[in-house]
Design a protein around this ligand. Structure first.
Ligand SMILES: O=c1[nH]c(=O)c2[nH]c(=O)[nH]c2[nH]1
Length: 340
């Protein structure tokens, strides 16, 4: 981003840090501000860093009603545009600014005109439109969550137009289109998994503060967040989603786990080995501890049957796995403007 334009040295009046111009809201220009440093005045240039803007969390429900058996997509769409917006921040000049309200409207219009076959394809439609059809836009970042519904069972059959909200995971997608290419990240979050055996944790490093007992049989539970980067956009998004989830759940269930770290490695490698269109997997897993509750105090033996399910603190285990021939990610993982 280009540096803010300087007016030259302003009047020698101490001003609060972060002051960027007039306070009446009409014009805010960057200035070179005199600041006190070790008893001397020196000037300070303020630079506008990374920025983007858009409409966050447009809740959108697309229902396909043209057949007796309806279909539903319940989604939450966030758009962010990247480009030459310096003047909007520095001068209050909106001439290049496509309002966030318009971005929201575009999502609703596209839900009808393009359809919501999958959140990945819908995100690509939106991002391609903003970059391809709206002149100053250089990059678009679309993030979408999808909330799952399952058909109501009525008299033993799936109902055509009634659903129950599924309490399971939230599906996610993050699409970036810019001058370097098109990037799609699929994912899920809040996939709550628990296994009541098949998990060990022993042989760990100990020091004077270690109290944790070693175990060869414990409960392992997590609320998994997973993201996977595709190396192509020529993908059957629905089929891949189902397959990734199936593979990860299978690894979690069947691995005799020596630690959550090892479980994550196996989940990620299972996905990368089975699905060639995925080149990178990022996993985040809170270790939802289940501690044996001390009912021995009441003269009752606890043979790994009664637990205190602590909600915090929790271990937080994270890993990124990548193929050694993965194409560059460029801005694929960048969600926010210079933040986080
Ligand atoms: O799977 C685990 N990994 C750890 O790093 C860890 N640390 C801990 O206290 N319990 C566990 N469990």
């Amino acid at each position: 981003m280009r540096a803010g334009v300087s007016d030259g040295v302003g009047p020698c009046i101490p001003r609060p840090r972060g002051f960027t111009g007039l306070q009446d809201g009409r014009s805010r220009r960057p200035e070179t501000l005199p600041i006190q440093s070790a008893g001397r005045l020196r000037s300070m240039a303020i630079i506008l860093g990374d920025h983007q803007y858009g409409k966050a969390e447009s809740r959108l429900v697309r229902i396909y009603r043209d057949q007796p058996r309806h279909e539903i997509h319940d989604i939450n769409v966030s758009t962010a545009l990247r480009g030459p917006w310096d003047a909007a921040y520095l001068e209050g000049d909106q001439s290049n600014v496509l309002p966030t309200d318009t971005q929201k409207n575009t999502a609703y219009a596209f839900a009808k005109s393009k359809g919501v076959e999958s959140i990945e394809s819908f995100g690509l439609d939106l991002a391609r439109h903003f970059v391809g059809d709206v002149d100053p836009v250089e990059g678009a970042r679309i993030e979408i969550e999808e909330y799952a519904w399952e058909r109501a069972i009525v008299d033993g059959s799936e109902h055509d137009h009634t659903w129950l909200r599924k309490g399971q995971e939230v599906r996610t997608a993050a699409i970036t289109v810019d001058q370097t290419g098109e990037y799609v990240i699929g994912g899920l979050k809040d996939l709550v998994l628990l296994k009541s055996t098949g998990s060990e944790f022993f042989g760990f490093l100990k020091d004077e503060f270690t109290t944790l007992p070693e175990t060869h049989d414990r409960v392992m539970a997590t609320a998994l967040e997973a993201k996977w980067r595709f190396s192509t956009t020529d993908v059957d998004w629905e089929a891949v989603y189902v397959e990734v989830k199936k593979l990860m759940v299978k690894e979690f269930a069947t691995l005799q786990s020596l630690a959550l770290q090892q479980t994550l490695w196996h989940m990620g490698t299972a996905v990368l080995e089975a699905i060639p269109s995925i080149c990178e997997v990022r996993l985040k897993a809170p270790n939802k501890h289940h501690f044996d509750y001390d009912i021995g105090r009441f003269g009752i033996e606890n043979k790994g049957e009664v637990f205190w399910a602590a909600d915090r603190p929790y271990g937080l285990i994270e890993a990124a796995l990548i193929r050694d021939d993965a194409p560059p990610a460029n801005e694929a993982w960048r969600a926010a403007a210079g933040l986080a």
